[in-house]
Design a protein around this ligand. Structure first.
Ligand SMILES: NC(=O)c1ccc[n+]([C@@H]2O[C@H](COP(=O)([O-])OP(=O)(O)OC[C@H]3O[C@@H](n4cnc5c(N)ncnc54)[C@H](O)[C@@H]3O)[C@@H](O)[C@H]2O)c1
Length: 267
């Protein structure tokens, strides 16, 4: 159902690990809509090899980059500009990893070195990415930058651990950098707060299946799928949303505005 919404646009997609990744679906939709892209992920993710298949399918170059390293980011953006033939119109940040959650440390007994690592990978990488883009003047006028977030930034979801604070930080970086980037180049910066989605990162959260079903029942439209998130992201990369910036946009089938839904009692 391509409408060529991204015809002639160039972009970078961070975070496609395997077919379940939200970034994987977004990369596919962007190319379907006429964009040319480069793909990137942490060097360790290359070992799994899945991203190579996506690169082949989409005819996209893959450039490894640890998103916490300024040097890697500079290399990624300069190589991508060479490959794509100019500055970028859109960039997706779809990166998340919590060390304490992965190592099953209870929130009240978190290891703070690990927490700092989580913030660096899941949130500060968003600031680093934008700062390097900004300094290299690598975005086109009216470009669009999107990060993926989750409602635990605003509400408590006990098993989400320190990812909650990571997402709060991520959303705040979108607002603050959105201001500066808007002034410099009319570049917009937003976060999409997505429904629970069955992916490698998502399934790492304790009790994820039960929670997924709960959110699905609670939301009048049900959970938003990764494919629907890809459609929404394309709209934010397109020229139809040029005046939307510094927002956290809920893409969750209505979950964020629900108080109670009798459907949940039947579960
Ligand atoms: N799955 C969900 O339920 C859900 C809901 C809302 C938001 N999100 C967010 O969506 C984004 C994408 O996650 P996903 O669910 O598709 O899972 P995923 O596991 O497929 O993607 C996470 C990605 O982060 C990458 N990554 C980790 N450390 C990195 C580093 N140092 N440098 C570069 N990349 C690194 C991983 O390699 C992986 O590709 C994350 O920000 C996540 O928090 C997920």
């Amino acid at each position: 159902m391509s409408k060529n919404l991204l015809a002639g646009k160039r972009g970078i997609i961070f975070g496609a690990l395997d077919e379940k990744s939200i970034a994987w679906k977004i990369a596919e939709r962007c190319v379907e809509e006429g964009a040319t892209i480069t793909l990137t992920n942490a060097p360790v993710a290359m070992r799994f090899g899945e991203i190579l298949k996506l690169g082949e399918k989409l005819n996209a170059e893959i450039i490894p980059c640890d998103a916490t390293s300024i040097e890697d980011l500079e290399n990624l953006f300069s190589k991508s500009m060479d490959t794509l033939g100019g500055r970028f119109d859109f960039v997706l940040h779809a990166i998340g990893m919590s060390v304490n959650v992965r190592k099953k440390k209870p929130y009240t007994d978190s290891k703070h070195e690990w927490m700092q690592k989580t913030f660096d990978v899941s949130a500060i990488s968003f600031h680093k990415m934008m700062q390097v883009l900004y300094k290299m003047d690598a975005m086109n006028e009216w470009g669009s930058i999107v990060g993926l977030s989750y409602i635990a930034a605003q509400r408590i979801f006990p098993d989400y651990g320190e990812m909650a604070e990571s997402k709060a930080l991520l959303e705040s970086f979108a607002r603050s950098f959105g201001y500066h980037y808007g002034l410099q180049k009319n570049v917009r910066v937003n976060t999409i707060s997505q429904s629970p989605t069955i992916t490698t990162a998502g399934s790492g959260i304790k009790g994820f299946d039960q929670f997924f079903n709960y959110a699905d029942k609670m939301s009048p439209l049900g959970n938003a799928s990764a494919e629907a998130c890809a459609d929404y992201t394309v709209s934010l990369f397109s020229d139809y949303t040029r005046m939307v910036t510094m927002q956290n946009l809920f893409h969750d089938g209505g979950f964020s505005n629900m108080g109670m839904n009798p459907a949940v009692f039947d579960m």
